[in-house]
Design a binder for this molecule. Structure first.
Ligand code: PBG
Length: 324
């Protein structure tokens, strides 16, 4: 058979495949989410996230040191707030000595060059488990934005490099930028969860932080998963308002959205490979139905191939081990 082009020429050996591979993972691609608990010298495995832990701050600092030694240079902090400190306004989120603020200081002190990013949203601090202040079963936008701006300044004060608002209130990026400027935090970045969908895949995360909404769902602020143009609208607005990095979340059921946004913007694009996506791979692997390491690499590569410049993932350490 005569063929003018034979595509298999470029696939015939590992050497040629490696030479022409389009998407290469590196430790620099990853942001590592960390769940922090009060207490000392303790860690507990998250039931629905096998192999992933909540840790006390001293253990978290050790983990951050390990990550740094592996070339993972960016962490995204989440704290588990004690029930008795939760209220409707998320007051504890603004406590200068709160667990988040102490965690930022401790990690920056131990590893000054580690990029510390912080989750900015009320849900872990809210007695209702919602990302905003609740009144008559409604989530208030503007009053919530004020708290988010205060929270961001408080994180910046503690030394956060980036604040990462994950709440989906309207106008929060502009308000946070203004508050940071007014308080002279001109080096603090904003990584906005700009296209965040109301997803069933957040379940394991809500177990980790005990932050399941007490009533209703998050559909009046997080986006409808049937929508595509809306993701662009949200993201372009966040960039106008001052977002340095934008994020799509979840990642796997939203690879089309990642690509749309990558093609439309000039800021770095990140994607959050979330808890339910982690849990699915772990569960299938445990059953022996898929090969875990291969599934991890294929999944994470697909997110980068879709257009994510950065990936927040619970698999970061696994990936570094596998590409190492
Ligand atoms: C809440 C927040 C959530 C996640 C990150 N920040 C959950 C939610 O919106 O209910 C989910 C992360 C994950 O599932 O891995 N502000």
């Amino acid at each position: 058979m005569y063929l003018q082009r034979r595509n298999r020429i470029l696939r015939q050996s590992p050497s040629i495949r490696n030479l022409v591979r389009e998407t290469i993972l590196s430790p620099n691609d990853f942001i590592v989410p960390l769940f922090i608990l009060e207490g000392e010298n303790s860690q507990s495995e998250i039931h629905s996230m096998p192999g992933y832990y909540r840790r006390s701050l001293d253990e978290t600092v050790k983990e951050a040191q390990l990550l740094w030694s592996m070339g993972l240079k960016s962490v995204l902090l989440f704290v588990k707030c004690k029930d008795e400190l939760k209220d409707n306004r998320g007051t504890e989120a603004l406590n200068p000595n709160g667990l988040m603020q102490r965690s930022i200081r401790a990690i920056k002190e131990a590893i000054p060059d580690m990029l510390v990013m912080t989750d900015v949203a009320l849900d872990p601090f809210s007695s209702y488990g919602h990302d905003g202040i609740v009144e008559n079963n409604q989530i208030l936008n503007d009053a919530t934005v004020e708290v988010l701006a205060g929270m961001s300044v408080s994180h910046a004060q503690a030394g956060a490099d980036f604040v990462a608002p994950s709440d989906m209130m309207d106008g929060r990026i502009g308000a946070i930028r203004k508050a940071l400027e007014e308080n002279n935090f001109t080096n603090t970045g904003i990584m906005s969860y700009s296209a965040k969908y109301a997803s069933c895949f957040y379940g394991p995360f809500r177990d980790a932080l005990d932050s399941t909404p007490g009533f209703g769902d998050k559909k009046t602020y997080q986006m409808d998963y049937a929508n595509r143009s809306e993701a662009l609208k949200e993201t372009l607005m966040d960039i106008d308002e001052g977002a340095d990095i934008v994020m799509i979340k979840p990642a796997l059921a939203y690879l089309d959205i990642i690509r749309d946004i990558k093609n439309a913007v000039t800021v770095p694009v990140s994607a959050y490979n979330i808890s339910g996506e982690y849990a699915m791979i772990k569960a299938a692997a445990k059953q022996g139905w898929i090969e875990e390491d291969k599934a991890i690499l294929e999944t994470v590569t697909s997110i980068k191939r879709a257009g994510a410049d950065l990936i927040a993932t619970y698999f970061a350490k696994d990936v570094v081990r596998l590409i190492g």
